[in-house]
Design a protein around this ligand. Structure first.
Ligand code: GUN
Ligand code: ZN
Length: 430
């Protein structure tokens, strides 16, 4: 049993048009037994009623719930930072040639090490990961995530048209390989499986049917893909699926849109699509640095929230510009500011919620993680800047807890992450 002493911030509520409230405890005591938070309150009170435990003092600094990244690509670590291209050109010239290299298992193992370290060192404790087109590479990813101890949900990325030959599969092979991987990894330790067609642009109806069969035969697995990211992509999907009502329908008519569905981007959504996503309980992964870098567009967060669509944050590495959900939160804030009256003015607690609790709910693990409530797993990030770094100066002069949190989003980087825990285990970030 361990008693953590910290300034702790979390956001147990939900995002509404009127915002989220921050729970900020200046001197909290958080008691952790077998990885689970069993008591919390003011430190003196918890220490008095639970004497004799090891105390881990995490002051100064701020303890936050572990970040939840709901959309990030494993094979794209080495191509982060390519600028100046829209989606389809970036895929052709940058992402897909790199993804083809993961056919080599040794290469994939090296990338898996870099990828998992990238997540952990940024404070991401739970992630929904776009895997690789190669089953051996997906094994390498799960093996590394399991070794380090992160909560990773991932799957074999599948496509059967529109991509370079080496990345294509067939509906039959998709079913066999995905089912075998899900049997090996879904529910093993902290790993779970997600059925992952790349996007409708690279999928036939038969492939999407095979995906539906895997979902049915591997109960409890998630479904993830991309949707409505870029106008040229949306137009191409409309041509390929001339009988579909819209982009979301290309998935929905195969039964692929439900509470376990997370669709990335949805920048160019129609009202019909938003209503459908809301009624099916599906979630959208908003990836603001990616949308900005690729010029995909300004995410209509207000329309999502008003329709009742659940939204969380994704880094979308490698179109996104890094693993830090602090950076994604800040960019989400910028984007809503730029939308003016059409935007949803986000507060610092909203950003924390999007980076933590909202992600946990999107991935169906809201009972286990997402805040620092009694009963949750102790998944936490200790933000503690080095003395006299800009964030340290900012925190020392913060006017309030909300102001301190805004400074964490404005100034925080992975170098300010001093400790990361998953299920009470301190994970290596180096
Ligand atoms: N759509 C299909 N594949 C990708 C990808 O790798 N990144 C992004 N941002 N969009 C995609
Ligand atoms: Zn993506």
């Amino acid at each position: 049993m361990t008693l953590y002493r910290a300034t702790a911030f979390d956001t147990p509520g939900s995002l509404t048009p009127t915002g989220v409230s921050l729970r900020a405890e200046e001197d909290a005591g958080i008691l952790v037994e077998d990885g689970v938070i069993t008591a919390r309150g003011g430190f003196d009170g918890v220490a008095a009623s639970h004497p004799g435990h090891d105390v881990v003092d995490l002051r100064p600094g701020i303890l936050l719930p572990g970040f939840v990244d709901t959309h990030v690509h494993f094979p794209q670590v080495r191509v982060i930072g390519a600028l100046g291209m829209p989606l389809l050109e970036w895929l052709d010239r940058c992402a897909l040639p790199e993804e083809a290299r993961l056919a080599d298992t040794g290469y994939a193992q090296q990338v898996a090490g870099e990828f998992v370290r990238g997540l952990a060192s940024s404070g991401t404790t739970t992630a929904l990961v776009f895997g690789s087109h190669f089953a051996t590479a997906v094994d390498a990813l799960f093996t590394e995530a399991d070794r380090v101890g992160l909560r990773v949900t991932a799957g074999l990325v599948v496509s059967d048209r529109s991509l370079p030959e080496g990345l294509l599969s067939t509906p039959e092979r998709t079913y066999d390989e995905a089912l075998a991987l899900s049997r090996r990894w879904h529910g093993r330790g902290r790993s779970r499986y997600a059925v992952t067609p790349r996007f409708s642009y690279s999928a036939s109806d038969d492939l999407l049917d095979a995906c539906a069969s895997v979902l049915k035969d591997a109960p409890g697995t998630l479904f993830t893909s991309h949707v409505n990211e870029n106008p040229a992509e949306v137009a191409a999907v409309a041509r390929l699926f001339a009988d579909a009502q819209d982009y979301v329908d290309t998935y929905d008519r195969h039964g692929l849109v439900g509470p376990g569905t997370v669709l990335a981007h949805n920048v160019h959504a129609t009202d019909r699509e938003l209503s459908l996503l809301a009624s099916q309980g599906a979630s959208v992964a908003h990836c603001p640095t990616s949308n900005s870098a690729l010029g995909s567009g300004l995410f209509p967060l207000r329309r999502h929230v008003e329709h009742g669509v659940h939204v969380a944050l994704g880094s979308d590495v490698g179109a996104g510009t890094g693993f830090s959900l602090l950076k994604e939160g800040l960019q989400a804030y910028f984007m809503q500011q730029l939308l003016g009256a059409d935007g949803l003015a986000l507060t610092a607690p909203d950003l924390l919620h999007l980076a933590t609790r909202a992600g946990a709910l999107a991935l169906g693990v809201g009972e286990q993680v997402g805040d620092l409530e009694v009963g949750r797993q102790f998944d936490a990030v200790w933000v503690r800047p080095r003395a006299d770094e800009p964030l340290d100066v900012g925190l020392r002069h913060a006017a309030s807890a909300e102001d301190a949190l805004a400074k964490v989003f404005a100034l925080g980087t992975p170098t300010d992450v001093a400790g990361v825990w998953v299920g009470g285990d301190r994970v290596s970030t180096r």
